[in-house]
Ligand binder design. Structure first.
Ligand code: HC0
Ligand code: SF4
Length: 560
């Protein structure tokens, strides 16, 4: 650590951090709109200037200036505040000019129509998952940086147009671009000018028409939803979340973690079959829909490598519509199934051809973690503390710790290794934790000894890293010797999904991840292939993993 002085108070801070982080650590507010700890600082909004003793007048940008030993920083001087308010005023004027468009009551009808048209003319509603309503844009460029730098996609641009400052690089709209619907842009957007496509009307209609209203909740939602109600990132809210869903109109709540266990049975069996047959390698996980979009759009040569398994949300949905519908004596179309997901690309996934049969879709609607919290709030839930806890419904409420791991980067790999090792070698793993595939390194590699046979695996997260790894695999005739790759399009995996609560906490992803591993560690049931409810489903309905019926319901095809 080094010593600095902040507003006259001595302060010890880590070396190499920028001034704005030092101020935050000391609880000193510095206004900014374009800065986010996980994005490259660009000093775009100009609000965060601070004075430094001995430095020229006009100050320095706190977001892009590093602290130095002995630095004497002031955030509370009149010139600092004057500069910040000038920058904020410029921004407010620009937004107001766009929204001025609220015309006087005496205006003529055609003038009002023109203004309304102008203020919505830049809207982009071409995508199934992501929408742009640029009227609310504050031109901070956080979305463009997320898309370009974190994801390596780069399909958003800032323009000079005051009415449509943020646009897709494709004139025909986002849907025609290489957008993978990951939603990272929506997570970083401070205002909601770019957001998930959101419409509660079908849910309201389903409730009004007396359907059986069912939810399933993804692994990563339970360690994040509390943030929407003011709790610390990483607070485990599993039973609260189920209780809140019940209070908010859902009759049954199932756990996507059960679907994750089911995926492991199918995907582990597929891996073992490929190991026996000698390929095709590397097998690549298929549960991240933004990755599937990326693969189909930009890496179609990897389609044969994709696991044929549907994702856990899709597998669980297929079981709800068939096995469970019959068990409760209902027609599949009597059920309205909502997937509560940390992800915006799941909205793309549910309209894929294989996710439905005979005139209905398996999943009716995807709500992101942010949206479901808004739905709960609309239904009158304000205080998280006042919500009664509840348990998942069975049989799709029982799940293993391995299923929980799906929510973090490396987790699908770890869950698959636990089961594939034990199913393939007939031996019992002594140590269930595979530390080598955990953590935030962009590309992780490990070699696991399957009873004398070395199995080489890689884990990659954040689309920019995915592109790097795939290009390396493509360039090597021996595909780097890899047997199996786990791909997640968002940093940290699903816990960092584009539909998760927005946060400026630099450690938010780490906090959520820690809780994912804690939930697994505290379970007695930590292997997917030992989930009793799942084994029961196989013996009463599906047959063996990889059976004809399993293929019909749980596996899929891809489009190149
Ligand atoms: Fe995920 Fe999933 S783990 S993609 O990250 O595989 O969204 O949380 O629900 O389907 O289980 C997201 C999270 C899921 C699925 C699971 C997978
Ligand atoms: Fe870029 Fe992902 Fe946003 Fe699409 S959803 S614009 S790929 S960040």
């Amino acid at each position: 650590p080094i010593e600095i002085s902040l507003n006259g108070t001595p302060l010890r801070v880590p070396e190499g951090i920028n001034i704005i982080e030092a101020c935050r650590q000391a609880g000193v507010y510095v206004p900014t709109i374009c800065y986010h700890p996980r994005l490259k600082a660009v000093g775009k909004c100009g609000m965060c200037t601070v004075d430094i003793e001995g430095a020229p007048e006009g100050g320095v940008l706190a977001c892009s200036t590093k602290v130095q030993a002995g630095m004497r920083i002031r955030t509370d001087s009149m010139p600092v505040k004057a500069r910040a308010s000038a920058a904020i005023s410029r921004l407010i004027n620009r937004i107001r000019s766009r929204n001025a468009i609220d015309v006087a009551p005496q205006a003529s009808r055609d003038f009002a129509d023109l203004m309304h048209w102008a203020s919505t003319s830049g809207n982009d509603h071409t995508s199934h998952s992501i929408q742009i309503n640029p009227k609310d844009c504050v031109e901070c460029s956080r979305c463009t940086r997320a898309c370009r730098d974190l994801q390596g996609i780069g399909v958003l641009k800032l323009t000079d147009s005051n009415l449509a400052p943020i646009q897709s690089t494709e004139a025909a709209g986002l849907a025609s671009s290489s957008c993978i619907s990951c939603g990272q842009c929506t997570f970083y957007c401070p205002t909601g000018a770019i957001s998930e496509v959101s419409d509660f009307a079908p849910l309201r209609q389903a409730i009004a028409s007396g359907k059986v209203i069912v939810a399933q909740t993804a692994p990563a939602t339970r360690v994040a939803i509390g943030e929407m109600f003011g709790l610390e990132p990483g607070t485990v809210s599993t039973r609260k979340m189920v209780g809140a869903l019940k209070e908010a109109g859902f009759h049954f709540v199932f756990d996507t973690n059960f679907g994750a266990d089911l995926t492991i049975m199918e995907e582990g069996t597929e891996l073992l079959a490929r190991l026996k047959a000698g390929g095709p390698f590397p097998m690549i996980t298929s549960c991240c829909p933004a990755w599937i979009n990326l693969c189909e759009k930009l890496y179609p040569d990897f389609i044969p490598n994709l696991s044929t398994c549907k994702s856990p949300q899709a597998m669980l949905a297929a079981v709800v519509r068939t096995y469970w519908a019959e068990a409760i004596g209902k027609q599949p179309s009597d059920i309205f199934l909502v997937s509560v997901m940390p992800c915006t690309a799941k909205k793309d996934e549910i309209i894929r051809q294989d996710l439905g049969r005979e005139g209905y879709r398996d999943v009716d609607m995807v709500l992101t973690t942010r949206e479901v919290a808004r739905w709960m709030q609309e239904q009158g839930i304000r205080e998280w503390a006042a919500v009664s806890e509840a348990d998942y419904d069975n049989p799709m409420g029982e799940s293993s710790g391995a299923g929980m791991l799906f929510g973090a980067t490396g987790g699908v790999m770890e869950a698959a290794l636990r089961s594939a090792f034990e199913m393939g070698t007939g031996q019992r793993l002594e140590k269930l934790d595979f530390q080598s595939v955990r953590g935030f390194q962009g590309i992780k590699q490990a070699t696991i000894d399957f009873d004398g046979r070395p199995i080489k695996v890689a884990v990659v997260h954040a689309a920019a890293n995915v592109r790097k790894l795939l290009e390396a695999v493509r360039a090597d005739p021996g595909h780097l010797g890899l047997h199996f790759i786990e791909v997640m399009a968002c940093t940290g995996g699903c816990i960092g999904g584009g539909g998760q609560p927005k946060s400026n906490d630099p450690l938010v992803l780490e906090k959520r991840t820690r809780s994912v591993y804690e939930i697994d560690a505290q379970k007695t049931l930590r292997r997917s292939h030992e989930n009793p409810s799942l084994l029961n489903l196989y013996s009463h309905f599906l047959g063996r993993p990889g059976s004809h019926k399993a293929h019909e319901l749980l596996h899929t095809h891809y489009q190149d």
